[in-house]
Design a protein around this ligand. Structure first.
Ligand code: GLA
Ligand code: ZN
Length: 661
């Protein structure tokens, strides 16, 4: 039987005589895999060069006797105190030049040679030690790379590495000066060795330098992980390597990181971190799972699925009965092949005393244990059948880390956020029960009937060409405000009106614009009045292009706001603003109808439909994200395989339907 459910386990936090009880309870619950050791560097190397793997061997063996396999985490997210004391240069330096101290986690500089030496040594020792252990099946290098490294590290080692990275990219310092526009405010460098890391400045920074800095930091994280994956692959060719991502987190380009992994994993906390607005919001959760699948265009694992109240110093809401199962099966619906819970038992000590596990502090199984046990009993055999199936959306949304970086550096309108706008477009499809993939800008556009590419702010001729080709071959493309504004080095384009050469595709040009700040502008689409937010492009259409919506207030009342242009065998829409929810919904309805994209079915508000399919079979998941009774309907050829009464959902209930195709 394949592995479908597991748990993150920290035996080193508990007495040895409890381990056996834990293993029994895990087995009884249907768990077949654990992840261990990703923060236990001191236990594994209590003194420099003295390794002690005996306790971990013991835990791996004991769990193995209960049919539970192990994923080993390398402990590099928590360097021990002896190291930080003897080699203080491994500690990271923040933007203000302050050294960040020991006491949390990730207190390390990822470019520091001394630190990298310790990483190499312990990872090698572990890989050699576990390569033939029959209970070890895979590895997770470090933990949530990019987490806790905000704005870090600006130390001398990182500065030298940044200089080397720039030299490799630009070759000569003159080219660097040109790419960064260093003539402005006398920022020219005479040599690469003069380049600074962006420590806190007196005024705003150079946007081109900041873009390269963010890309450098991302590359450094990939390089840091690759050093570990290379070692593990060399010694353990039969083990898989994965890493736990954080959805839309942006410190490392997850597409790049994914190239070093067999598959991607993700940490899903639907309750939010403590309690934020997105608590349990189905669309946000779904978009997060879809973007994770898209990073490698492949099914994934959940390496940490919420299993109780989240909380460090303060806590979030208690998941209601049914919600933990709902969230687990939502992960499966979007492509998770295994769900590993965080964590087995809530810790009695340390920072995460209130980040609850399946078991409470007492260690006695309670509501959460029994609910998940029952769900696993019913879902595991179905997941067995689903092996090899995947969601197969007809809509793609282009998602790029570089666009995100550039728009974080200059949001232009303080209310504008790249990922939020991406999620707003996503939501309009979600509300219509239409599945979505995310796509990198060098991804396979051709497989989508409709491709939405919001905020294509940085542009280059290859990407332009890819959009032209997509539409020429029959694709329906959506471009938006702030497209083609900058070149790849984050310098404003000056050769044509916006959106540059793409205006031949959009059939329109943007000759002027308005940044709305808090103002709202009205717009009319299909005789309905709507709201335009944050930004209004003032558009001039060329002959042949169609005006779909016009502004209805401000000095540009009556001017086009949304246009459509036939080109080759396809068409290109241009949306000159950030439409509000109802406006976005109306546009998406129009565009999906025009592209001939069908919904998975009909459902009440608060119910999500999602699908997985393989050659001969298709499954639809109906997920009720509310505590109220709801209904839905799908094609009558589907047969209920999970749940009670097809079409009628109790609060937080999930049903799964199957059909042959
Ligand atoms: C993250 C980490 C875990 C744990 C949880 C809860 O997802 O990967 O180690 O810290 O958050 O805070
Ligand atoms: Zn550093």
């Amino acid at each position: 039987m394949g592995i479908h459910f597991g748990v993150d386990y920290y035996p080193e936090h508990w007495q040895r005589d409890r381990w056996e009880t834990d293993a029994e309870l895990m087995k009884e619950m249907g768990l077949t895999v654990v992840r261990m050791a990703e923060f236990s560097w001191h236990k594994l190397e209590p003194q420099e060069g003295k390794y002690d793997f005996a306790w971990l061997d013991d835990a791996i063996d004991l769990l193995g006797r209960y049919g539970i396999r192990t994923i080993v985490g390398t402990p590099t997210a928590a360097p021990p105190a002896w190291m930080a004391n003897r080699y203080p240069e491994i500690l990271p330096v923040d933007r203000e030049g302050r050294i960040r101290g020991f006491g949390g986690r990730h207190h390390d500089c990822q470019s520091n040679a001394v630190y990298r030496g310790f990483v190499r040594k312990i990872v090698t020792a572990m890989a050699v030690h576990y390569k033939d252990n029959p209970n070890v099946i895979g590895w997770q290098p470090d933990n949530e790379l990019g987490n806790s490294h905000h704005d870090l590290c600006m130390c001398e080692s990182c500065r030298k590495n940044f200089q080397g990275w720039l030299e490799k990219k630009y070759g000569t310092v003159d080219r660097l000066n040109e790419a960064w526009g260093n003539a402005f405010w006398s920022q020219e460098y005479n040599e690469f060795s003069e380049v600074f890391t962006p420590r806190i400045t007196v005024t705003g920074e150079n946007p081109s330098a900041m873009l390269d800095w963010k890309c450098f930091c991302s590359d450094l994280i990939v390089d840091f992980m690759k050093e570990q994956t290379d070692i593990i692959r060399k010694h353990c060719p039969n083990h898989f390597i994965t890493h736990n991502y954080m959805g839309f987190a942006d410190k490392v380009d997850y597409y790049d990181l994914g190239k070093e992994l067999d598959f991607v994993s993700h940490d899903q906390y639907p309750g939010g971190f403590f309690a934020d607005e997105s608590h349990g919001r189905g669309d946000i959760l779904a978009s997060t799972l879809d973007v994770v699948r898209s990073y490698k265009n492949k099914n994934f694992w959940i390496m940490e699925q919420q299993s109780g109240i989240t909380g460090w110093e303060v806590m979030g809401r208690a998941p209601a009965p049914g919600q933990l199962s709902l969230w687990s099966l939502q992960s499966v619906a979007h492509g998770a092949d295994a769900v590993v819970y965080f964590r087995w038992r809530v810790c009695a000590m340390g920072t995460e005393q209130y980040w609850h596990g399946i078991l409470p502090h007492s260690g006695n199984p309670g509501r959460r244990y029994y609910e998940l046990k029952e769900m696993i009993r019913k879902a595991a055999p179905l997941m067995e059948k689903m092996e090899g199936s995947m969601p197969a959306p007809e809509v793609g949304i282009v998602y790029s880390f570089r666009q995100n970086y550039a728009l974080q550096i200059q949001p232009q309108n303080p209310n504008m956020s790249y990922t939020e706008q991406i999620q707003e477009y996503y939501r309009a499809f979600y509300d219509r029960q239409i599945p979505v993939d995310f796509v990198p800008d060098d991804g396979d556009f051709g497989k989508y009937k409709l491709l939405v590419a919001p905020l294509q702010y940085l542009m280059n001729s290859e990407l332009e060409e890819r959009y032209f080709r997509y539409v020429k071959n029959g694709g329906h493309l959506v471009l938006t405000m702030r497209t083609g504004v900058k070149d790849e080095t984050n310098i404003c384009m000056t050769d044509r009106e916006l959106p540059g050469r793409l205006s031949e595709l959009t059939g329109s040009e943007v000759l002027d614009y308005d940044c709305l700040r808090d103002a709202r502008v009205s717009a009319v689409f299909q005789n309905e009045s709507h709201t335009a937010r944050n930004w209004c492009d003032i558009i001039t259409v060329k002959e042949g292009a169609e005006v779909l919506a016009v502004y209805a207030s401000e000095f540009y009342a009556g001017e086009p706001c949304v246009t459509k242009n036939e080109y080759g065998q396809g068409c290109c829409y241009y949306i000159g603003t950030e439409p509000d929810e109802a406006f976005m919904a109306a546009l998406v309805r129009y565009m999906t109808d025009a592209a001939g994209i069908a919904a998975l079915g009909n459902a009440d508000e608060g119910v999500e439909l999602a699908a997985r399919e393989k050659a001969d079979r298709r499954w639809i998941f109906a997920l009720n994200h509310t505590d109220m009774e709801k209904t839905y309907s799908v094609d009558s050829s589907y047969r209920l395989v999970y749940g009670e009464e097809a079409g009628k959902l109790n609060g937080y209930e999930v049903q799964i339907l199957e059909r042959k195709i």
